[in-house]
Design a protein around this ligand. Structure first.
Ligand SMILES: NC(=O)c1ccc[n+]([C@@H]2O[C@H](COP(=O)([O-])OP(=O)(O)OC[C@H]3O[C@@H](n4cnc5c(N)ncnc54)[C@H](O)[C@@H]3O)[C@@H](O)[C@H]2O)c1
Length: 361
């Protein structure tokens, strides 16, 4: 089965399209909202305020160019109300508690937001009915059962798992989406539901306990970066690469009559870009002209996989999606973004220019 015509994000599809983005004040949600604004979509965001200060959301004035609803996804009634107000044709669900260490401090809260939040969004879609064409539930590259130091790349059919509450909550969100898809969304005119698994880096992320935001903070404060596992391999990629995947996936779900896109998808980097943490730190250090010092983080570490890599060949073959940037270029964009921020540039303009740069490729 080949889904036709999705070689690029299709601006005609997105122009004036009513889209609901949950978690639009977060790192990925703000990039996605900005991109949708640039495509002329009618975007409604559902989330509380930004989770970090500073934030891409505030710096790029994302909220001023869309309708915003202060919705907590744990509140089923509020989520249903948000769908009534936004009348979305496409729902992109990103709202989450996304930090592994925080999930160890507050497992119940993490499951509540990430699992029941997903239930509430899908239930609101069920009530909204056929006006919704496509739902993309964003989970994580961490949703796979990862028992040892393996070097194989995960395919979508691999077992779900997760040894910490965050990873497990994302595996649970996968199961929730699958149950709703089979039970409620299998009709010919039903909303089509898919899940997307990816990790990412990008400019404008100040999230806690993440490598690249930590490196940015270290350079800006002149302190040394604490690194948990220099040998850990991750599927690093620029945030706009999986976001292009989510957009293409939503296009496929909306157009695809046979429901073939309604499944789980990996959006990862090309195989050579799954690099160890130490490689990323070295490259960022070079790009910042030697300003990045690092040392081992001696705190007890959360349980995490030594090697995590994704096989995205299904998305490449069937959605016509391609990883948008090689890792070196992705890191270059991150460094350019933060250098522009330090120079006090207009970050809406800088961020939109990075989106446009991706569209030209
Ligand atoms: N950034 C990454 O490296 C990465 C990797 C894999 C998966 N993801 C997934 O991508 C999505 C976005 O992650 P991010 O990095 O932008 O995180 P983020 O913390 O920057 O943003 C999270 C968003 O969710 C919102 N949110 C949190 N709790 C909420 C609640 N109870 N109700 C409504 N909204 C709530 C926040 O306000 C924010 O808008 C998440 O689902 C995350 O699990 C992120």
């Amino acid at each position: 089965m080949k889904i036709a015509g999705l070689v690029n994000v299709d601006p005609d599809f997105w122009a004036r399209r009513r889209v609901l983005v949950t978690g639009h004040t977060g790192f990925k949600g703000a990039w996605l909202s900005l991109w949708l604004q640039s495509l002329g979509a009618e975007v409604t965001g559902a989330a509380p305020g930004p989770p970090t200060r500073p934030s891409l959301y505030a710096l790029a004035r994302v909220g001023r160019h869309m309708r915003e609803l202060a919705v907590d996804v744990r509140d089923a009634g509020a989520v249903r109300d948000a769908l009534r107000q936004a009348r979305p044709e496409v729902v992109l669900h990103l709202a989450a508690q996304p930090v592994v260490r925080r999930s160890l401090r507050d497992p119940a809260g993490t499951f509540e937001v990430n699992v029941m939040g997903t239930v509430n969004v899908l239930d609101a879609v069920r009530h909204a009915g056929e006006q919704v064409m496509a739902v993309v539930v964003v989970t994580s590259d961490k949703c796979y059962e990862n028992p040892g130091e393996r070097s194989r790349r995960f395919v979508e059919q691999d077992p779900l798992g997760g040894s910490d509450p965050y990873s497990s909550s994302k595996a649970c969100a996968e199961l929730v989406a699958a149950a709703y898809r089979r039970s409620f969304f299998s009709g010919e005119r039903s909303p089509q539901v898919a899940t997307a698994r990816a990790g990412n880096v990008g400019g404008g992320d100040w999230g806690e306990d993440r490598l690249v935001p930590g490196a940015v903070r270290a350079v800006e404060s002149g302190r040394s970066l604490k690194v948990r596992r220099p040998d850990a391999v991750r599927p690093w990629q620029h945030v706009l690469s999986p976001l292009a995947g989510y957009l293409r996936l939503a296009e496929a779900l909306s157009r695809d009559a046979d429901g073939a896109a309604a499944r789980a998808w990996n959006f990862g980097p090309p195989p050579g870009d799954a690099q160890p943490v130490s490689w990323i730190v070295r490259r960022l250090g070079e790009m910042w002209g030697g300003a990045l010092e690092w040392e081992l983080d001696e705190r007890p570490n959360p349980p995490e996989a030594g090697h995590l890599a994704l096989d995205s060949s299904a998305a490449e073959r069937l959605l016509g999606w391609r990883p948008a940037l090689r890792l070196r270029d992705a890191l270059q964009l991150v460094v350019e973004w933060h250098s522009a921020h330090r120079r006090g540039e207009d970050m809406r303009r800088v961020s939109l220019a990075q989106v446009a740069h991706m569209l030209r490729r």
